[in-house]
Design a protein around this ligand. Structure first.
Ligand code: ADP
Ligand code: TYD
Length: 196
């Protein structure tokens, strides 16, 4: 029996990894086999992306978008597709919607980002944990110079708006993430229950 593929989306600090962990443990308690994974991956392409994100070298925004898409295809082939084919529930912390939101917020045409991601299979369920950027920034409590932080906050605002703009196109379910961890988890479980 085919499994299910769920992706969880949102800003850094929106609570994705916290919610993924709780969802996985709930599903395992119900006796389901669960694979938790994330993007960018630890694979060869993902490692290049992470170096660029750390500032080790700079990549043109479009080249970065192509790397995210390439990393995703390898992720699908090596991790996601085999697990789903063997009946497991795969939960990915970030997937295609991250590229659509972040790379379009960084100035790339949304249609082009969609096109380079066409080969990536659609998840059975994508959940967007929506939080105001001020809240997610506070949660991750990054220490930066104010001007840099402000610039970052501007980008986060654009990313949040880009996510909200693609809700329909990506058939995402939006959850208000500006609540307690338990309340958010309850909504996520309700959505996942419908899928099982
Ligand atoms: P992400 O994976 O989206 O970056 P995390 O799950 O790592 O986010 O959460 C970032 C920080 O915020 C962590 O310290 C986490 O404990 C905390 N956090 C997560 N969800 C909530 C919430 N609903 N309310 C308050 N703090 C939260
Ligand atoms: P992530 O691993 O979630 O961040 P962290 O390791 O800090 O928790 O993702 C790294 C960054 O990459 C994050 O800011 C979002 C960005 N990103 C994109 O811009 N496009 C993508 O397609 C993906 C998957 C991530």
């Amino acid at each position: 029996m085919r499994g299910k593929f769920i992706s969880i989306e949102g800003l850094d600090g929106s609570g994705k990894s916290t919610q993924v962990r709780l969802l996985a443990s709930w599903l395992r308690h119900m006796g389901r086999q669960v694979v938790v994974t994330d993007e960018p991956t630890e694979g060869p392409v993902g490692r290049i992306i992470k170096l660029a994100l750390k500032g080790t070298f700079r990549l043109p925004v479009a080249a970065e978008a192509l790397l995210f898409a390439a990393d995703r295809l390898q992720h699908v082939e090596e991790v996601i597709a085999p697990a789903v084919a063997s009946g497991k529930i795969v939960i990915s912390d970030r997937y295609t919607a991250s590229s659509l939101a972040y790379q379009s917020a960084r100035g790339l045409p949304l249609r082009w980002v969609m096109m380079i991601n066409e080969m990536a299979p659609k998840p059975d369920l994508t959940i967007l944990i929506d939080v105001p950027p001020e809240v997610s920034a506070q949660r991750i409590n990054r220490s930066r110079r104010l001007d840099e932080f402000e610039r970052d906050l501007e980008l986060q605002k654009k990313v949040r708006q880009a996510y909200l703009d693609i809700v329909k196109a990506c058939k995402m379910k939006v959850i208000d993430g500006n609540r307690s961890i338990d309340e958010v988890q309850e909504d996520i479980r309700r959505l996942v229950k419908k899928l099982l």
